[in-house]
Design a protein around this ligand. Structure first.
Ligand code: NAP
Ligand code: 3JM
Length: 339
């Protein structure tokens, strides 16, 4: 089988590390592997399939001969280096928000809109959606196809790993400090995250929403290819390490019962239904962490409107929300377009 020269940009980060692990786990046909990060990582080495690789400092010449670039080093790095990589002939799968709403860049969740990948040829870039959007559309697409979703009301409970390795460390340190009756240091978020909930993810915009909330609105419409879906979101950071949870309320055009939703989601790709309240069985962040699927439970009819459904959706934000979705995109890319 043909192998591909792959670069991981942001290889030392929470997402980049998981990408390397998933490339190995899924036996992606990696030939050359280039690991890139900032000057801070100079001299570091990482392991892939038992072999150690040096971490190189990202620069304009990093993409010579690279066929696939998996980017997760922040929006400004992607803005600057994704076009440079694409000009060098590398297809970029970008994990940041930099290109998601660009009409010439496909925004892809393989279970929902794999056919959009073909559009990558315009700019040489494919965007990976925001973690909170991905798990929501994986669960909602089959319902949309069955009953047409008109409106979505979502509140998220997002893990600190979504902010990167510094935030994971901050939750550990603050928890230790508070349990030792010491004053916790606050550096990553505007407030303490340990034993707290922060209704603030990414920056505030003029409309009073955060950028994270508006990502869920705009990305959902683009991925579902339906600008008529209305979405309103409240995104909240909670003191959980891995897996985002979401309370999702939908209003559909056609009436669907909770049983119908359970049935259609039982057969949906990438979805596992965990919905047995009598046994206290519902999706938990602690069960979702480290898994590939999106878990859906607490499925019930919204009794306040004629055609409404409530549900609880959980998925590992670093895997399906970022690294796994990116590599699933790359798998389709090589199978369908880069043979
Ligand atoms: P992280 O743990 O803080 O890691 C950041 C990575 O970017 C590190 O490898 C870091 O290298 C590298 N980096 C930072 N500045 C750089 C520079 N000037 N040049 C080269 N490399 C640089 O963050 P993370 O959680 O992995 O997330 C990284 C990015 O991925 C985020 O900013 C976001 O845009 C995206 N992301 C997307 C999703 C999603 O929902 N799809 C989820 C999480 C993150 P050093 O170790 O050398 O500093
Ligand atoms: C998740 O460069 C940055 O400011 C990155 C901010 C960020 C993003 C983003 O906007 O790309 C941190 C964590 C995301 C994301 O997936 O949207």
């Amino acid at each position: 089988m043909r192998k591909y020269s792959v670069a991981v940009v942001g290889a030392t980060g929470a997402v980049g590390n998981e990408m390397i692990r998933i490339l190995e786990e899924r036996n992606f046909p990696v030939g050359e592997l280039t690991l890139l990060a900032s000057e801070r990582s100079m001299g570091k080495e990482l392991t892939f399939k038992g072999k150690t690789y040096p971490v190189d400092v990202l620069d304009e010449n990093s993409f010579e001969g690279v066929e696939i670039g998996l980017f997760s080093a922040g929006g400004s790095i992607s803005e600057r280096f994704a076009p440079i990589a694409a000009d060098a002939g590398c297809v970029v799968v970008d994990n940041t928000s930099a290109f998601r709403m660009d009409p010439d860049v496909p925004l892809v969740v393989p279970e929902v809109n794999p056919e959009d990948i073909g559009m990558y040829q315009t700019k040489g870039i494919i965007a990976n959606p925001n973690c909170s959007t991905i798990q929501m559309v994986v669960a909602l697409k089959p319902i949309h196809d069955m009953a047409r979703i008109k409106r979505i009301v979502v509140s998220t409970y997002q893990a600190v790993s979504g902010t990167g390795k510094a935030a994971i460390e901050e939750l550990v340190e603050q928890t230790k400090a508070l349990l030792n009756l010491e004053e916790p240091e606050v550096t990553v978020y505007p407030h303490r995250i340990a034993f707290n909930c922060l209704p603030h993810i990414d920056v505030f915009l003029d409309n009073g929403y955060t950028k994270e909330e508006m990502k869920m609105v705009n990305e959902t419409r683009k991925i579902m290819n339906d600008p008529s879906i209305t979405v309103t979101a409240t995104t909240v950071r909670v003191p959980v390490f891995y897996s985002h949870s979401e309370s999702v309320n939908i209003e559909t055009e056609r009436k669907v019962t909770a049983d119908e939703v359970r049935e259609i989601l039982s057969d949906a790709p990438g979805v596992t239904v965990v919905d047995n309240p009598d046994n206290c069985e519902y999706p938990l962040a602690s069960d979702g962490a480290g898994k590939d699927d999106t878990f859906v439970g607490r499925i019930r009819e919204d009794e306040s409107i004629p055609n409404g459904i409530n549900m609880w959706i959980v998925s590992d934000n670093i895997r399906k929300g970022a690294a796994l979705n990116t590599i699933q995109i790359a798998e389709i890319l090589i199978k369908e377009y880069l043979q």
